[in-house]
Design a protein. Structure first.
Length: 137
C-alpha cells in the first residue's frame, strides 16, 4: 500500500470515528409514534392489533410517498413537454426566418440578373434570346 493511499485511509478512519451516532429506529423520522415492543401484560390479540396498526401506518406512508412521487413525475413530464414545445417552436421560427432570407436573396439575384439582361446584356445573352425575353417581360 502506498503512502498516498494510507493517508487517505487514515483520513477516512478519522472522519468515521469523529462522526455522531446514526439512528435507524423508526421514530427517528416520525417522532412520537410508539415503537413496536411487547409491554407487560400484553395479549396476543393486542399484539396482533398493534401489528395491524403498524402495517396500516406503513401502508399510509406508502400511499403518501407514492402520491408525492407521482406529483414529481407529473411535474417532470410537464416541464419536459414545455421544453420540447419551446424547442420545436424556436426551430420552426429559425427555419422560417432562414427561408425568408433565402427567398429574399433569390428575388434580389433574379432582379439583378433581369437588370443585367436589360441594361448590359452579354453577347451570349443576346444569342440565346434571354435579353429579348427580359425586354418582353
Amino acid at each position: 500500500m502506498s503512502r498516498h493511499n494510507l493517508g487517505r485511509l487514515c483520513v477516512a478512519g478519522l472522519l468515521m470515528l469523529s462522526s455522531g451516532t446514526a439512528r435507524a429506529q423508526f421514530d427517528a423520522f416520525y417522532p412520537g409514534y410508539p415503537q413496536s415492543v411487547v409491554y407487560p401484560g400484553s395479549t396476543p390479540q393486542g399484539d396482533w392489533a398493534r401489528g395491524r396498526g403498524f402495517a396500516a401506518f406503513g401502508m399510509g406512508l406508502y400511499n403518501l410517498n407514492t402520491a408525492a412521487a407521482n406529483s414529481i413525475q407529473a411535474d417532470t413530464w410537464m416541464r419536459l413537454n414545455q421544453y420540447i414545445y419551446q424547442s420545436v417552436w424556436e426551430q420552426t421560427r429559425l427555419h422560417r426566418s432562414r427561408m425568408a432570407w433565402e427567398n429574399q436573396r433569390r428575388i434580389q439575384a433574379r432582379e439583378q440578373r433581369y437588370q443585367q439582361l436589360v441594361d448590359r446584356p452579354e453577347p451570349a445573352d443576346i444569342y440565346r434570346g434571354d435579353s429579348l425575353n427580359a425586354l418582353f417581360w
